[in-house]
Design a binder for this molecule. Structure first.
Ligand code: M6P
Ligand code: ZN
Length: 193
C-alpha cells in the first residue's frame, strides 16, 4: 500500500525547466562523471579549469514506494568534451521493469536507449516530442544543440537508478561532432570487450 499523501501542484517554467516548489535539486558537474567521456585528458583539464556544471535535475520527491510517481525536469547545458556532446550519466532502473516518459521542452538532443540483450536505439528529442522508455531499456540524454536541452519526465517512484555498468562502459554508441553534425559512432570502450 502506498502512503496517503495530499495532492499538490507546482509550476514548471517551460523555458528554463525549473520546477517550483521543488524539494530535490541535483547538480552534476564534470567531476561527477569522471571516466564517462572518451577524452580523459580533456576531462581532467576541464575539471581543473573550473569543473563545469553539465546538467541540473529538479525532482519532486514523494515516498519512493510502489504506486507513487516522481515528476522531474532536467536541464543539460550545451557543450562538448573533446568532440563528445554533453549528456546525462544514463541509467537502468534498479527495478528494471519500470518505464518512464519524457517530454521535450527546449533545445535539441538524442535519447540513447539500450537493453541488456544489446539492442540499441537513438531517438530525436526536441520541443513537443514525447518519448516512451519501456521497461528494461537503459536511457541517456545527449544535448546535440546550441541551447540548453530541457525535458520533463515522469516515472514510478520505486524505480530507482542503477548507474553501475553504464558508468564503466557507457552505451553501445556515442554522439560526437563530425564536421558540425551530431553523429553516432560505435563506443570504443565496448569494442575492447
Ligand atoms: C531524467 C530522469 C531522472 C534522471 C535525470 C538525469 O530527468 O530520468 O530520473 O535522474 O534524467 O539522468 P541521470 O540520473 O542518468 O544522470
Ligand atoms: Zn530513468
Amino acid at each position: 500500500m502506498a502512503d496517503l499523501i495530499s495532492p499538490f501542484t507546482m509550476r514548471l517554467d517551460f523555458q528554463r525547466g525549473v520546477l517550483d516548489p521543488c524539494n530535490n535539486v541535483i547538480e552534476r558537474h564534470l567531476s561527477d562523471m569522471r571516466g564517462m567521456y572518451l577524452d580523459e585528458a580533456a576531462t581532467e583539464e576541464a575539471i581543473e579549469g573550473g569543473d563545469p556544471l553539465l546538467y541540473e535535475v529538479y525532482q519532486y520527491d514523494v515516498p519512493f514506494e510502489t504506486g507513487q510517481l516522481l515528476v522531474v525536469t532536467s536541464i543539460i547545458q550545451p557543450g562538448k568534451l573533446g568532440d563528445e556532446y554533453y549528456m546525462t550519466k544514463g541509467h537502468f532502473h534498479e527495478k528494471e521493469d519500470r518505464a518512464e516518459v519524457y517530454l521535450g521542452l527546449g533545445g535539441q538532443g538524442h535519447l540513447l536507449l539500450e537493453t541488456r540483450d544489446g539492442e540499441f536505439k537513438a531517438l530525436p528529442v526536441e520541443p513537443g516530442t514525447v518519448t516512451y522508455i519501456p521497461p528494461y531499456w537503459a536511457h541517456r540524454m545527449v544535448n546535440t544543440g546550441q541551447e540548453e536541452l530541457v525535458f520533463f519526465g515522469v516515472f514510478p517512484a520505486d524505480a530507482g537508478h542503477n548507474y553501475d555498468e553504464i558508468e564503466k562502459r557507457g552505451f553501445a554508441k556515442v554522439v560526437v561532432d563530425r564536421d558540425g553534425e551530431p553523429t553516432l559512432v560505435p563506443n570504443p570502450k565496448r569494442e575492447k570487450r
